[in-house]
Design a protein around this ligand. Structure first.
Ligand code: F6P
Length: 442
């Protein structure tokens, strides 16, 4: 698994976007396209977005500029593939919750109806399960989605786990679905790829377009995943509570555990947003207990209190792994929060130092809230980009924003690695600068 996305391991052919056919119909969006040209914020449909925008990478590739690995830009096309009145779309949401799911659903439905005239949209219930269990999909009219963007969760329901691609494609064929929008994380997107491949094998004209969803912000080649901003902002409230508690009791330690299975972005961003945190522990930077406890004791003595933010996947090396996985195939993690709490209590007691630990675990509270303003905008724009791509006949791809531009990313590239905090990178450096903690506890 890549520790961070590695653009040098990807070549131009990996970034080619599949099509179900050639787009030959003039798009209804053409009225808005007149006079559009590339700008620092927008890339024309005939242009490309460089995968790596550093001079160093261009030099390392040793090829002509036009042959550098680059991505197809997102956005409306002059020509589309599908005939709107004859097109039927479907949406499915999978995996854990994430702020903004309803915004994406609503954005898809309204973009399809308002700007392309596609009014037949079905919502499969409870993730991929809804494509095989015989349940009736929910017809998603403009009325049905009218005010869902003000709510957290997903009106379609969600679940973990894949299903047989043959059975899913059979359902899509039976229902006459031409466009399938899949909102989910890496496991879900691999499932979407299998659906696109199976449809292809059967000669079925089906565009499968994903909107990557990950509260942990761990999908590569996207600047940031939707809902992430809302989630870490919510996590800062818990840090604030922990700080208030810790600083109001003699030798108080506020310990906050946040989500982040293999990637500590929520912990880092929430800590930086608070700028009141003494220690951040993330999965990407293994630590040993004794050195950590020693430094924590010193900090509490000097400052009178301390706040520790720990990502749920941090410190897994302190436990023996029993091999258990969840329905998505993710390793079931040991609970680092209580272990740290006990270790801190034991250590301070052994040192004869007074202590009160305030343990806060916001858990699901950070991902079940409605999207904030920034994420609401992002979700809508991702949904618009997904509709443009699908209507133009693109398939087996996801939409994302990369270096500020909306792009099309082949699913194998988006699921071929994991976005993680680089222990030698600038984000972790900012955390070290803000907390004053040592680079390693070992
Ligand atoms: O993968 C996203 C995530 O939010 C992780 O941070 C967390 O470990 C996991 O989902 C928990 O989800 P659930 O309890 O729904 O399986």
């Amino acid at each position: 698994m890549l520790s961070t996305a590695d653009p040098l391991s990807i070549d131009a052919s990996d970034l080619r976007i599949r099509r179900v056919g050639e787009p030959t119909r003039r798009s209804p969006m053409v009225r808005l396209l007149h006079g559009r040209a590339s700008s620092p914020h927008y890339v024309h449909e005939s242009d490309r977005v460089l995968l790596d925008d550093t001079v160093g990478s261009a030099v390392a590739h040793q090829c002509a500029v036009g042959d550098l690995p680059s991505m197809e830009p997102g956005g409306p096309r002059e020509y589309i593939y599908f005939d709107p009145p004859l097109t039927r779309a479907a949406i499915v949401t999978c995996g854990g919750l994430c702020p903004g799911l309803n915004n994406v659903i609503r954005g898809l439905v309204l973009e399809l109806a308002d700007n392309y005239g596609v009014t037949e949209v079905l919502g499969f219930r409870d993730g991929f399960r809804g494509l095989v269990d015989g349940s009736e999909p929910l017809p998603l009219s403009q009325d049905v989605v009218a005010d869902i963007h003000n709510r957290g969760g997903t009106i379609l329901g969600t679940s973990r786990g894949g299903q047989d691609p043959g059975a899913m494609v059979a359902t899509l064929e039976r229902l006459g679905v031409n466009l399938l929008f899949v909102i989910g994380g890496d496991g879900t997107l691999r499932g979407a790829q299998r659906i696109a491949d199976e449809a292809d094998r059967r000669g079925l004209t089906l565009s499968v377009v994903g909107v990557p969803k990950t509260i942990d912000n761990d999908i590569p080649y996207i600047d940031q995943s939707f809902g992430f901003q809302t989630a870490f902002t919510r996590a800062t409230e818990s840090i604030k509570s922990a700080l208030t508690e810790a600083s109001s009791t003699p030798h108080g330690v506020g310990l906050v555990k946040v989500m982040g299975r293999h990637s500590g972005f929520i912990a880092c961003y929430a800590a930086l947003a608070s700028h009141d945190v003494d220690f951040v522990l993330i999965p990407e930077v293994p630590f040993q207990l004794d050195p950590f406890l020693r430094v924590l004791r010193d900090r509490v003595r000097q400052r009178g209190h301390a706040v520790v933010v720990v990502a749920e996947g941090a410190g897994q090396e302190l436990f023996a792994y029993d091999g258990a996985v969840d329905a998505s195939g993710n390793a079931k993690l040991a609970d680092i929060g209580p272990l740290l709490r006990e270790a801190i209590l034991t250590d301070f007691a052994a040192a004869g130092t007074e202590l009160s630990v305030r343990y806060v675990d916001p858990g699901y509270a950070i991902r079940s809230v409605a999207a904030n303003g920034w994420d609401a905008v992002y979700c809508l724009r991702l949904a618009q980009a997904a509709v443009h791509a699908a209507m133009a006949g693109r398939t087996a791809m996801v939409v994302g924003r990369w270096h500020g531009r909306f792009v099309h990313i082949p699913i194998p590239v988006a699921t071929g690695g994991r976005n993680q905090v680089d222990p030698n990178g600038d984000l972790w450096m900012s955390v070290l600068e803000a907390t004053g903690q040592p680079a390693r506890f070992s």
